[in-house]
Design a protein around this ligand. Sequence first.
Ligand code: URA
Ligand code: CA
Length: 435
Amino acid sequence: MFRMVDLIEKKRDGFTLTNQEIEWMIDGFTKGEIPDYQMSAMAMAILFQGMTHEELGVLTLSMAKSGDQFDLSAIHGIKVDKHSTGGVGDTTTLVLAPLVASLGIPVAKMSGRGLGHTGGTIDKLEAIPGFKVEVSEQDFIDLVNKNKVAIAGQSGNLTPADKKLYALRDVTGTVQSIPLIASSIMSKKIASGADAIVLDVKTGAGAFMKTVEDAQALATEMVAIGNQVGRRTMAVISDMSQPLGVAIGNANEVIEAINTLKGNGPKDLVELCLVLGSQMVYLANGASSLEEARQKLEENLQNGKALEVFKTFIASQGGDASVVDDTSKLPHALYDIDVVADKNGYVTSIVADDLGVAAMMLGAGRATKESQIDLAVGISVLKKVGDKVVTGEPFVRIHSNQEHVEDVMSKVKEAYTIGDEKIYQPLIYKVITSK
Ligand code: URA
Ligand code: CA
């Protein structure tokens, strides 16, 4: 039908691929009929030449169709999914799922495990005694219809074309292509069955996109793809130069989520949840404006409704919901070790990556896919950027199951800079909506 070499040359020379060409290419690549070396050359050509919105829409849908697709049509209402490009101590899903559901909006979330210095929602939920992340498709649908919320581990053969392509990109210098990243992320969201999508694109030292400009380019591309393929999509560009909230680590982040749902969350986490949550509620037609959506969410944080939904959600998936009233029932580490300041001043920067790595060294994260994690360990961030510190005052608390943590401590110290200036660190750089 087509010859792959012709398509590579076409893209290399800056021409636009047709829908049929793209569909044929992804289908052939998924089946193993197009060899890795030709697909790698195509990825490089796309990296240099880019793709039109139409090309990207077709590429994304072709990848979404390359494997299993979840059909959530048996769930009543508009299913909005939230996706974060990944960060350190990002507790938003644990808060947002019950919060948005408390307004009657269905949250049917499939989540992953953590890898490297970033955590995964599924691991965090497993810190709750008894909680089951493996749920059959039918039970998942029934739970969402009944409670408006369920979170399950990813199962099945989702977007094999993306899996293969991502592995190739990883070893051919073609990861950093905005069209390829955008289609990769969006293909997975679409295959998971979302009707509408809210994207949290992180920027800063702890993020995949190091600059606001790159984050904005990626967010704009993803919003365009979503709307192109009939899934209403919005995005937020948020800071990941320092960790979000005050807790890193699995049980530690569950406690943080509980505190937030009780109305006592850290300011940055609460704000990001409200901004992302407003978009979710608005896209699901739960409010006629973002402002109205925010007001409703604020109410349910204050009046305890979101917390009640969280309890029901935990109990419905086999977990011990009494942890909400007594967080000492969650796993906790043997030692709490403070890291103290050796001078007076203000925290001027915290490298989120470094704190993420420190938490991973304690056992909170996986160095490889096969690593076992320790749900009890983690890091509490006592001082954030802009906070004042005095000599001898703790700025980080390490929760460890080993008594000696010198290496973790030096990583934590490496993450922090203490200077003379009081710096203001923005949390949200941009909100990207579409008509
Ligand atoms: N995350 C993804 O899922 N895909 C990419 O290409 C990059 C980051
Ligand atoms: Ca956190």
